[in-house]
Design a protein around this ligand. Structure first.
Ligand code: AHG
Ligand code: MN
Ligand code: MN
Ligand code: MN
Length: 336
Protein backbone atom coordinates (compact mmCIF):
# COMPACT_ATOMS: atom_id res chain seq x y z
CA UNK A 1 0.00 0.00 0.00
CA UNK A 2 1.40 3.40 -1.02
CA UNK A 3 0.79 6.77 0.72
CA UNK A 4 -1.31 8.06 -2.18
CA UNK A 5 -3.65 5.04 -2.15
CA UNK A 6 -7.33 5.53 -1.24
CA UNK A 7 -8.72 2.89 1.12
CA UNK A 8 -12.36 1.82 0.89
CA UNK A 9 -13.00 3.43 4.31
CA UNK A 10 -11.62 6.79 3.16
CA UNK A 11 -13.60 6.51 -0.08
CA UNK A 12 -16.89 5.82 1.72
CA UNK A 13 -16.36 8.60 4.27
CA UNK A 14 -15.50 11.14 1.57
CA UNK A 15 -18.54 10.07 -0.49
CA UNK A 16 -20.76 10.41 2.57
CA UNK A 17 -19.42 13.90 3.35
CA UNK A 18 -20.90 15.06 0.05
CA UNK A 19 -24.40 13.91 1.11
CA UNK A 20 -26.39 16.53 3.07
CA UNK A 21 -27.64 15.27 6.40
CA UNK A 22 -25.50 12.13 6.37
CA UNK A 23 -24.93 10.84 9.90
CA UNK A 24 -22.11 8.36 9.41
CA UNK A 25 -24.50 5.47 9.92
CA UNK A 26 -24.09 4.27 6.35
CA UNK A 27 -20.28 4.39 6.64
CA UNK A 28 -20.50 2.31 9.81
CA UNK A 29 -22.71 -0.25 8.09
CA UNK A 30 -20.44 -0.58 5.06
CA UNK A 31 -17.41 -1.01 7.31
CA UNK A 32 -19.14 -4.01 8.93
CA UNK A 33 -20.10 -5.46 5.51
CA UNK A 34 -16.48 -5.07 4.36
CA UNK A 35 -15.20 -6.89 7.45
CA UNK A 36 -17.59 -9.80 6.78
CA UNK A 37 -16.33 -10.04 3.18
CA UNK A 38 -12.68 -9.92 4.28
CA UNK A 39 -13.34 -12.81 6.67
CA UNK A 40 -15.09 -14.86 3.98
CA UNK A 41 -12.17 -14.09 1.66
CA UNK A 42 -9.73 -15.39 4.27
CA UNK A 43 -11.70 -18.65 4.55
CA UNK A 44 -11.95 -19.16 0.78
CA UNK A 45 -8.20 -18.57 0.34
CA UNK A 46 -7.45 -21.32 2.88
CA UNK A 47 -10.15 -23.78 1.73
CA UNK A 48 -9.50 -27.33 2.89
CA UNK A 49 -6.88 -26.11 5.39
CA UNK A 50 -9.60 -24.48 7.46
CA UNK A 51 -12.16 -27.23 6.84
CA UNK A 52 -14.73 -25.16 4.91
CA UNK A 53 -15.24 -27.36 1.83
CA UNK A 54 -18.06 -29.85 1.26
CA UNK A 55 -21.82 -30.04 1.74
CA UNK A 56 -24.14 -30.23 4.71
CA UNK A 57 -27.29 -32.35 5.04
CA UNK A 58 -29.46 -29.21 5.10
CA UNK A 59 -31.53 -27.61 2.37
CA UNK A 60 -32.32 -23.90 2.04
CA UNK A 61 -35.75 -22.43 1.27
CA UNK A 62 -35.20 -22.87 -2.49
CA UNK A 63 -34.50 -26.58 -2.11
CA UNK A 64 -30.74 -26.31 -2.70
CA UNK A 65 -28.39 -28.47 -0.60
CA UNK A 66 -26.37 -26.01 1.45
CA UNK A 67 -22.59 -26.10 1.27
CA UNK A 68 -20.70 -25.69 4.55
CA UNK A 69 -19.43 -22.32 3.32
CA UNK A 70 -22.98 -21.13 2.46
CA UNK A 71 -23.87 -21.48 6.13
CA UNK A 72 -20.55 -20.20 7.53
CA UNK A 73 -20.66 -17.10 5.29
CA UNK A 74 -24.28 -16.47 6.24
CA UNK A 75 -23.46 -16.63 9.97
CA UNK A 76 -20.43 -14.37 9.50
CA UNK A 77 -22.58 -11.79 7.75
CA UNK A 78 -25.20 -11.86 10.51
CA UNK A 79 -22.64 -11.58 13.31
CA UNK A 80 -20.63 -8.79 11.64
CA UNK A 81 -23.73 -6.69 10.96
CA UNK A 82 -26.20 -7.26 13.80
CA UNK A 83 -24.44 -5.35 16.62
CA UNK A 84 -23.60 -1.98 15.02
CA UNK A 85 -26.98 -0.26 15.43
CA UNK A 86 -27.26 0.52 11.71
CA UNK A 87 -29.76 -2.17 10.73
CA UNK A 88 -33.45 -2.76 11.33
CA UNK A 89 -33.32 -6.33 9.95
CA UNK A 90 -31.59 -8.63 7.45
CA UNK A 91 -32.61 -11.25 4.88
CA UNK A 92 -30.55 -13.73 2.87
CA UNK A 93 -30.68 -16.60 0.42
CA UNK A 94 -29.89 -19.02 3.22
CA UNK A 95 -32.69 -18.00 5.63
CA UNK A 96 -36.40 -18.67 5.08
CA UNK A 97 -37.57 -15.57 6.94
CA UNK A 98 -36.52 -12.08 7.98
CA UNK A 99 -33.68 -12.00 10.55
CA UNK A 100 -34.51 -9.69 13.46
CA UNK A 101 -31.76 -7.75 15.23
CA UNK A 102 -31.27 -9.39 18.65
CA UNK A 103 -32.89 -7.40 21.48
CA UNK A 104 -29.58 -6.51 23.19
CA UNK A 105 -28.52 -4.35 20.21
CA UNK A 106 -29.89 -0.98 19.06
CA UNK A 107 -31.99 -0.94 15.88
CA UNK A 108 -31.02 1.23 12.91
CA UNK A 109 -32.68 2.56 9.78
CA UNK A 110 -31.36 0.23 7.06
CA UNK A 111 -32.24 -3.22 5.74
CA UNK A 112 -29.48 -5.53 4.49
CA UNK A 113 -30.18 -8.29 1.93
CA UNK A 114 -27.46 -10.66 0.81
CA UNK A 115 -26.34 -13.76 -1.01
CA UNK A 116 -23.53 -14.78 1.36
CA UNK A 117 -21.88 -17.14 -1.08
CA UNK A 118 -22.63 -16.98 -4.79
CA UNK A 119 -21.48 -19.79 -7.07
CA UNK A 120 -21.71 -22.50 -4.41
CA UNK A 121 -21.03 -25.26 -6.95
CA UNK A 122 -17.54 -23.75 -7.42
CA UNK A 123 -16.41 -23.87 -3.77
CA UNK A 124 -15.09 -27.42 -3.77
CA UNK A 125 -13.32 -27.07 -7.14
CA UNK A 126 -11.43 -23.87 -6.29
CA UNK A 127 -13.11 -21.64 -8.88
CA UNK A 128 -14.11 -17.99 -8.27
CA UNK A 129 -17.03 -17.36 -5.93
CA UNK A 130 -18.47 -14.19 -4.40
CA UNK A 131 -20.84 -12.37 -2.04
CA UNK A 132 -23.64 -10.03 -3.18
CA UNK A 133 -25.40 -7.44 -1.00
CA UNK A 134 -27.99 -4.70 -1.26
CA UNK A 135 -28.89 -1.97 1.24
CA UNK A 136 -32.44 -0.59 1.46
CA UNK A 137 -33.95 2.01 3.76
CA UNK A 138 -36.37 0.55 6.31
CA UNK A 139 -39.78 2.24 6.05
CA UNK A 140 -40.29 4.71 8.92
CA UNK A 141 -41.97 3.74 12.18
CA UNK A 142 -41.48 0.01 11.73
CA UNK A 143 -41.00 -1.70 15.09
CA UNK A 144 -40.30 -5.19 13.85
CA UNK A 145 -39.67 -5.32 10.06
CA UNK A 146 -41.58 -7.98 8.15
CA UNK A 147 -41.20 -9.38 4.63
CA UNK A 148 -43.31 -6.58 3.15
CA UNK A 149 -40.78 -3.96 4.31
CA UNK A 150 -38.17 -5.65 2.10
CA UNK A 151 -40.38 -5.74 -1.00
CA UNK A 152 -38.97 -2.58 -2.61
CA UNK A 153 -38.06 -2.27 -6.29
CA UNK A 154 -34.34 -2.13 -7.20
CA UNK A 155 -34.62 1.59 -7.91
CA UNK A 156 -34.90 2.12 -4.12
CA UNK A 157 -31.49 0.64 -3.32
CA UNK A 158 -29.17 2.90 -1.31
CA UNK A 159 -26.17 0.78 -2.17
CA UNK A 160 -25.33 -2.47 -3.95
CA UNK A 161 -22.07 -4.33 -4.05
CA UNK A 162 -20.29 -7.60 -4.40
CA UNK A 163 -17.02 -9.18 -3.35
CA UNK A 164 -15.38 -11.58 -5.77
CA UNK A 165 -13.01 -14.15 -4.28
CA UNK A 166 -10.84 -14.88 -7.29
CA UNK A 167 -7.07 -14.82 -7.80
CA UNK A 168 -7.37 -11.42 -6.08
CA UNK A 169 -10.25 -10.48 -3.79
CA UNK A 170 -12.10 -7.41 -5.02
CA UNK A 171 -15.06 -5.37 -3.78
CA UNK A 172 -17.20 -3.49 -6.30
CA UNK A 173 -19.70 -0.90 -5.06
CA UNK A 174 -22.29 1.60 -6.16
CA UNK A 175 -24.28 4.12 -4.15
CA UNK A 176 -25.93 5.48 -7.30
CA UNK A 177 -22.97 7.64 -8.19
CA UNK A 178 -21.04 5.38 -10.59
CA UNK A 179 -19.23 2.13 -9.84
CA UNK A 180 -15.88 1.76 -8.10
CA UNK A 181 -13.68 -1.30 -7.61
CA UNK A 182 -11.29 -2.01 -4.73
CA UNK A 183 -8.63 -4.72 -4.46
CA UNK A 184 -7.84 -6.34 -1.12
CA UNK A 185 -4.25 -5.73 -0.04
CA UNK A 186 -3.73 -9.04 1.79
CA UNK A 187 -0.77 -7.72 3.80
CA UNK A 188 -2.45 -4.60 5.15
CA UNK A 189 -5.96 -6.10 5.25
CA UNK A 190 -7.56 -3.11 3.48
CA UNK A 191 -9.44 -2.74 0.20
CA UNK A 192 -7.67 -0.15 -1.99
CA UNK A 193 -9.35 1.79 -4.80
CA UNK A 194 -7.85 0.27 -7.96
CA UNK A 195 -10.71 0.54 -10.47
CA UNK A 196 -12.32 4.01 -10.24
CA UNK A 197 -15.44 4.80 -12.27
CA UNK A 198 -15.89 1.46 -14.04
CA UNK A 199 -17.73 1.61 -17.38
CA UNK A 200 -19.02 -1.38 -19.38
CA UNK A 201 -18.21 -1.14 -23.11
CA UNK A 202 -21.45 -0.67 -25.07
CA UNK A 203 -20.49 -3.30 -27.63
CA UNK A 204 -19.18 -6.79 -27.06
CA UNK A 205 -18.34 -10.06 -28.77
CA UNK A 206 -18.82 -12.22 -25.68
CA UNK A 207 -21.91 -13.83 -24.19
CA UNK A 208 -22.49 -16.06 -21.13
CA UNK A 209 -25.34 -18.56 -20.83
CA UNK A 210 -25.74 -22.12 -19.61
CA UNK A 211 -26.16 -23.71 -23.05
CA UNK A 212 -27.22 -27.06 -21.64
CA UNK A 213 -30.65 -25.45 -21.20
CA UNK A 214 -30.94 -24.53 -24.89
CA UNK A 215 -33.88 -26.84 -25.62
CA UNK A 216 -35.89 -25.13 -22.83
CA UNK A 217 -35.29 -21.50 -23.90
CA UNK A 218 -37.90 -19.20 -25.36
CA UNK A 219 -37.76 -18.17 -29.01
CA UNK A 220 -36.08 -14.72 -28.60
CA UNK A 221 -33.16 -16.21 -26.65
CA UNK A 222 -32.83 -19.13 -29.10
CA UNK A 223 -32.71 -16.61 -31.93
CA UNK A 224 -30.11 -14.37 -30.22
CA UNK A 225 -27.74 -17.21 -29.28
CA UNK A 226 -27.99 -18.93 -32.67
CA UNK A 227 -27.13 -15.61 -34.35
CA UNK A 228 -24.12 -15.17 -32.03
CA UNK A 229 -22.98 -18.71 -32.85
CA UNK A 230 -23.34 -18.11 -36.60
CA UNK A 231 -21.38 -14.86 -36.26
CA UNK A 232 -20.17 -13.42 -39.57
CA UNK A 233 -21.52 -16.40 -41.50
CA UNK A 234 -25.02 -15.30 -40.40
CA UNK A 235 -26.68 -11.94 -39.78
CA UNK A 236 -24.07 -10.47 -37.37
CA UNK A 237 -21.05 -8.46 -38.44
CA UNK A 238 -18.76 -10.16 -35.93
CA UNK A 239 -17.92 -13.56 -34.45
CA UNK A 240 -18.66 -14.22 -30.77
CA UNK A 241 -16.88 -15.94 -27.90
CA UNK A 242 -18.66 -17.69 -25.00
CA UNK A 243 -17.96 -18.11 -21.26
CA UNK A 244 -19.82 -19.84 -18.39
CA UNK A 245 -18.29 -19.85 -14.89
CA UNK A 246 -21.54 -20.76 -13.02
CA UNK A 247 -20.94 -17.94 -10.55
CA UNK A 248 -22.94 -14.81 -11.32
CA UNK A 249 -20.49 -12.62 -9.41
CA UNK A 250 -17.49 -13.78 -11.46
CA UNK A 251 -19.55 -13.47 -14.64
CA UNK A 252 -20.67 -9.90 -13.91
CA UNK A 253 -17.17 -8.95 -12.81
CA UNK A 254 -15.79 -10.07 -16.18
CA UNK A 255 -18.50 -8.04 -17.93
CA UNK A 256 -17.64 -4.92 -15.87
CA UNK A 257 -13.98 -5.34 -16.79
CA UNK A 258 -14.25 -6.01 -20.53
CA UNK A 259 -17.90 -6.07 -21.61
CA UNK A 260 -20.23 -8.95 -22.42
CA UNK A 261 -23.80 -10.08 -21.94
CA UNK A 262 -25.01 -12.49 -19.23
CA UNK A 263 -28.25 -14.44 -19.55
CA UNK A 264 -30.15 -16.64 -17.14
CA UNK A 265 -33.43 -16.37 -19.02
CA UNK A 266 -36.90 -17.73 -18.49
CA UNK A 267 -37.19 -21.27 -19.84
CA UNK A 268 -39.75 -24.04 -19.79
CA UNK A 269 -37.90 -25.69 -16.88
CA UNK A 270 -37.81 -22.67 -14.54
CA UNK A 271 -40.99 -20.93 -15.79
CA UNK A 272 -43.15 -22.00 -12.87
CA UNK A 273 -40.67 -20.47 -10.40
CA UNK A 274 -40.32 -17.32 -12.52
CA UNK A 275 -36.66 -17.86 -13.44
CA UNK A 276 -33.48 -19.18 -11.85
CA UNK A 277 -31.85 -16.22 -10.09
CA UNK A 278 -33.31 -14.43 -7.08
CA UNK A 279 -34.52 -10.84 -7.43
CA UNK A 280 -33.69 -9.22 -4.09
CA UNK A 281 -30.15 -10.47 -3.46
CA UNK A 282 -28.88 -11.43 -6.93
CA UNK A 283 -30.66 -9.76 -9.87
CA UNK A 284 -31.50 -6.41 -8.29
CA UNK A 285 -28.08 -5.48 -6.82
CA UNK A 286 -26.26 -6.71 -9.94
CA UNK A 287 -28.63 -4.71 -12.16
CA UNK A 288 -28.00 -1.56 -10.10
CA UNK A 289 -24.23 -2.01 -10.51
CA UNK A 290 -24.45 -2.81 -14.23
CA UNK A 291 -26.71 0.17 -14.97
CA UNK A 292 -24.51 2.51 -12.93
CA UNK A 293 -21.61 1.32 -15.11
CA UNK A 294 -23.52 2.26 -18.26
CA UNK A 295 -24.94 -1.19 -19.04
CA UNK A 296 -28.55 -2.38 -19.22
CA UNK A 297 -30.59 -5.01 -17.36
CA UNK A 298 -33.90 -6.62 -18.23
CA UNK A 299 -35.99 -9.73 -17.82
CA UNK A 300 -36.44 -9.52 -21.61
CA UNK A 301 -39.82 -7.89 -21.07
CA UNK A 302 -39.29 -5.45 -18.18
CA UNK A 303 -36.41 -3.49 -16.60
CA UNK A 304 -35.26 -5.56 -13.60
CA UNK A 305 -34.88 -2.48 -11.39
CA UNK A 306 -38.57 -1.61 -11.84
CA UNK A 307 -39.97 -4.93 -10.63
CA UNK A 308 -41.90 -4.58 -7.39
CA UNK A 309 -41.06 -7.78 -5.48
CA UNK A 310 -43.85 -9.96 -4.15
CA UNK A 311 -41.67 -12.38 -2.17
CA UNK A 312 -38.32 -12.39 -0.35
CA UNK A 313 -37.01 -15.26 -2.46
CA UNK A 314 -38.77 -14.36 -5.72
CA UNK A 315 -36.97 -15.49 -8.89
CA UNK A 316 -36.70 -13.54 -12.13
CA UNK A 317 -35.28 -13.99 -15.63
CA UNK A 318 -31.99 -12.06 -15.96
CA UNK A 319 -30.34 -10.50 -19.01
CA UNK A 320 -27.69 -7.85 -18.37
CA UNK A 321 -24.45 -6.35 -19.61
CA UNK A 322 -23.27 -4.35 -22.62
CA UNK A 323 -25.99 -1.93 -23.61
CA UNK A 324 -26.28 -2.65 -27.34
CA UNK A 325 -26.54 -6.44 -26.98
CA UNK A 326 -29.09 -6.20 -24.13
CA UNK A 327 -31.14 -3.77 -26.24
CA UNK A 328 -31.05 -6.29 -29.11
CA UNK A 329 -32.43 -8.94 -26.75
CA UNK A 330 -35.19 -6.56 -25.59
CA UNK A 331 -36.06 -5.93 -29.26
CA UNK A 332 -36.22 -9.68 -29.97
CA UNK A 333 -38.58 -10.17 -27.02
CA UNK A 334 -40.79 -7.32 -28.25
CA UNK A 335 -40.89 -8.83 -31.73
CA UNK A 336 -42.55 -12.04 -30.49
P1 AHG B 1 -25.92 -19.60 -5.55
O1 AHG B 1 -24.61 -20.35 -5.52
O2 AHG B 1 -25.88 -18.34 -4.70
O3 AHG B 1 -27.11 -20.47 -5.24
O4 AHG B 1 -26.12 -18.99 -7.00
C1 AHG B 1 -25.78 -19.78 -8.14
C2 AHG B 1 -26.39 -19.16 -9.35
C3 AHG B 1 -25.54 -18.15 -10.06
O5 AHG B 1 -24.45 -17.62 -9.41
C4 AHG B 1 -25.09 -18.83 -11.32
O6 AHG B 1 -25.11 -17.92 -12.36
C5 AHG B 1 -26.10 -19.93 -11.52
O7 AHG B 1 -26.66 -20.19 -10.27
C6 AHG B 1 -25.46 -21.18 -12.06
O8 AHG B 1 -26.46 -21.95 -12.57
P2 AHG B 1 -26.21 -23.33 -13.33
O9 AHG B 1 -26.09 -24.35 -12.24
O10 AHG B 1 -27.41 -23.50 -14.21
O11 AHG B 1 -24.94 -23.21 -14.14
MN1 MN C 1 -27.61 -21.30 -3.46
MN1 MN D 1 -26.16 -16.66 -5.94
MN1 MN E 1 -25.61 -18.22 -2.61
Amino acid sequence: MLPNHTTITQFIIEEQRSIQGATGDFTGLLTDVVLACKTISHLTKNGALVNVLGSTQQENVQGETQKKLDIIANTLFLKANEWGGHLAAMASEEMDDVYQIPAQYPRGKYLLVFDPLDGSSNIDVNVSIGTIFSILRCPDHVEQPTVKDFLQPGTQQICAGYAVYGPATMMVLTTGNGVNGFTLDQNVGEFILTHPNIKIPEDTQEFAINSSNQRFWEEPVKRYVSECLAGKTGTRDKDFNMRWIASMVAEIHRILMRGGVFLYPLDSKNKEKGGRLRLLYEASPMSFIVEQAGGLSTTGRQPILEIVPTDLHQRVPVILGSRHEVQRLIDYHQAT
